[in-house]
Design a protein around this ligand. Sequence first.
Ligand code: C2O
Ligand code: CU
Length: 479
Amino acid sequence: MKTTITRRTFVKTISGAILASGLHPLSLLQALAEPKAQVREFRLSASPATVNLGFGPDFAAWTYNGEVPGPEIRVREGEVIRVVLKNYLPEETTIHWHGVPVPYLMDGVPNVTQKAVAPGETFIYEFEAKPAGSFIYHSHVNYQLDQGLYGALIIEPSRQKDSYDREYTLVLEDWVMRDGGGIAATQRRPPMGMMGGMMRGRRGSRIPDDPLLEPVYDGYAVNGRVYPETSPLAVATGDRVKLRILNASSATIYDLSLAGHALTITYADGNPVQPVETDVLRIGMGERYDVQFTANNPGTWLLAAREGGFGEAMLRVPVIYKGVSRNSPVPPVFHQGLRLATYWDLQASYPSQGIGSGPPGRFYPQTLSGGMHSPLWSINNQVYPNVEPLVVREGERVRMAYLNRSMMPHPMHLHGHFFKMVNSLLPKERWISKDTIIVDPMQRVDIEFQADNPGNWFHHCHNLYHMEAGMANVVVYQP
Ligand code: C2O
Ligand code: CU
């Protein structure tokens, strides 16, 4: 390890000084040689529980420690996270640390990085918390993410660089307030953007467990509460407010807007970007944005979202100024001419270290299809687990070219690495680092990552229903 060598050199250099000072050298040297990272232990019990989102019926969901979302895990960069997972579910489970480039044996993908944790068993995850940022932890087995097994993982920077007065974490969730979703979902619809009639015609009937169907959600929650029971965000006039927005939904892309205020994007998938103001924030499944706004417009407002640019706002959180009489909150108006920041408006706020330029060492076109032409969601017409691995070698730069040949957006997610988005039309200096990006229908997007984390890494669409129907493959490091 590089760090060890550095430390040794350091110890050698100063050992002379210690001897000269007359202190007992051995204990000091030992202390210097093994600086103890602080271990932070958390216990997560995956267990069935009855939940209520404040609005709507009680229903059975799957939870961590009986809560939805699971408890927020908050640590400081450089600390060691140890999570003791106990499985009280009737089926296997795992935990994936979405966005954190953990050592691959800790990545929580059944049959790729570990054997799933059987009912009644315990598994201990342990890894260093880095880099700082907003992440999600969630089960990576079956439909468990949709059934409630997720939570926020916040890694605070070891040295605070941003300044704000208040901070809130917002976990966005789509619920079937009956069973969470998943295989047992009693009511399904054809995926958005497809002609249901056409599909029904082709298949003759609506098969309840048709892999192309998605649940009909009836509860959009923030931190486990549905409006009007969502917990309001209290602010004081003049505050700079930071929101960590995490989309833990299984199949919903939101367009979020805060009435009376613009939002300034400061982090994308945990990585700092040069601040960009927007009226609407689009956030796909698995994406995270940190945004800030200045509380300079006293009143009672709604932070609200509608789905992927259409329809009614269904996710709502009141923003309430202290000392202002409580009126019913003013919703945002989604009108033409609102600013919607795109990926290409964002620019990383640090130099592109690690990821070089010039031709990549590997090139993998990834054609995303499903829907009209295929009964299953697929990458390059292959359906997981019957897929060819994406072979890479440590040290290479790897490019993937997504071509979406379907009528639905796909938030593509790569485990274990951040990637940079590449656009030949933009100047080289303009780039951002992410781990999940939405590839819109009929769009091509290229990404590049540095193969610097050996292991086997899942790569898939973060629409859980697409992933389960086969839209996934694995990046494999060649020895
Ligand atoms: Cu958020 Cu493969 O996961
Ligand atoms: Cu998809």
